[in-house]
Ligand binder design. Structure first.
Ligand code: AMP
Ligand code: MN
Ligand code: MN
Length: 330
């Protein structure tokens, strides 16, 4: 398996060794990797008898409730901490109100562990590995460095992180290291089929109905296919907070398109924009330029303005950015 720079890992192990109360945090609208990374590392630190609190800026989606410990993830952590660790988050803004806890602390030490190519190194210690397909994959190395054994309990959240961020080993950043990491976690006793089924293959009927509405808005314009999600597209019984349920991946499977974009009008003057691209096309730079971030094939940003304004701005920047890029599978 690929090794992290040992000096950074040793620094992190040393800082963890000195700390008693540790807050683990992840990005807003947490996904399987964010949740898997905080739960996996949280468990390892608890085994070292650290006082650990796991936190997310907002609610964890219910499909992750099969993960033990998820009920302990809080949105408003209380108490003092002597070490803060941010996981799977590319900038401090995506920690939302949790970042204020870091700045408010007297001797605030923030370790930033992440795999986004757009990470802005906002910690005092920054371990950013854009080659890793998931933050959970990096956590395996850290848990090893901490000397904690990866058993079934620890392997489950970590495999969840790898499976969800690679969309079931579909993404082009899935290679031998990711499969070796997964193989090790399966060896520890986790069922791959179980994790795949629970995280990637199920969604409520209400979400299927919402997908129908979103599909109806899909427009193919040159090499870009885009769709919208608005507050008016409510489905009875479905919380608007549930997001798109992974719809953007379906959208981007459009053969004629190289990029898929979903404009999610939050109804409060903000529009969340999700990007997916075909292998060979990178949209990370576009997202970063628009104030967001992400990976080559999956990125996003949030813009202020009306849906129409944001669409015009984003599509113009995107068209220009992909004009000299070609997909691998044309
Ligand atoms: P999503 O489309 O929400 O699944 O996000 C795809 C990728 O883009 C993830 O890796 C996110 O971390 C990243 N991303 C999405 N929105 C933002 C944002 N507003 N700022 C920075 N990164 C983002
Ligand atoms: Mn994530
Ligand atoms: Mn991730």
């Amino acid at each position: 398996m690929r090794q992290a720079r040992p000096d950074i890992l040793l620094d992190i192990v040393r800082l963890v060794g000195r700390a008693d109360r540790i807050l683990l945090m992840c990005h807003v609208d947490p996904d399987g990797d964010a949740i898997g990374a905080i739960l996996g590392l949280g468990l390892a630190l608890a085994r070292l008898n650290k006082h650990v609190v796991t936190a997310s800026p907002n609610r964890v989606p219910s499909r992750y409730s099969f993960l033990p410990g998820v009920e302990g993830i809080t949105t408003h952590p209380a108490g003092d901490f002597d070490l803060f660790i941010s996981l799977d988050c590319s900038d401090a803004q995506r920690l939302k109100h949790l970042h204020a806890l870091v700045t408010a602390a007297n001797r605030s030490l923030l370790i930033n562990i992440d795999h986004h190519v757009t990470n802005v190194n906002f910690g005092q210690i920054n371990w950013v590995d854009a080659q890793a397909a998931a933050t959970a994959e990096m956590i395996i190395q850290l848990v090893d460095a901490l000397g904690v054994t990866i058993d079934q309990e620890l392997a489950l959240p970590l495999l969840t992180g790898i499976v969800t961020d690679t969309r079931g080993f579909h993404t082009p950043n899935t290679g031998a290291p990711q499969l070796q990491a997964a193989s090790r976690l399966i060896d520890a006793g986790v069922s791959l089929a179980d994790v795949m089924e629970r995280t990637l293959n199920v969604r409520p009927y209400t979400m299927i109905r919402l997908w129908g509405k979103m599909l109806d808005t899909a427009i193919l314009e040159g090499r870009i296919v885009w769709a919208v999600l608005t507050p008016q597209m409510q489905v009875a019984g479905l919380s608007y907070e549930n997001g798109d349920g992974g719809f953007i991946n379906l959208l981007t499977s459009t053969r004629e398109a190289d990029v898929g974009v979903l404009f999610h009008d939050k109804g409060n003057g903000h529009v969340e924009v999700g990007f997916r691209s075909k292998p060979g096309i990178s949209i990370a730079e576009v997202a970063l330029r628009l104030g967001g971030g992400g990976h080559a094939q999956a990125a996003g940003c949030t813009l202020n303005g009306s849906l129409v304004e944001v669409q015009q701005t984003v599509l113009a920047v995107l068209r220009e950015a992909i004009s000299d890029q070609k997909p691998i599978y044309g």
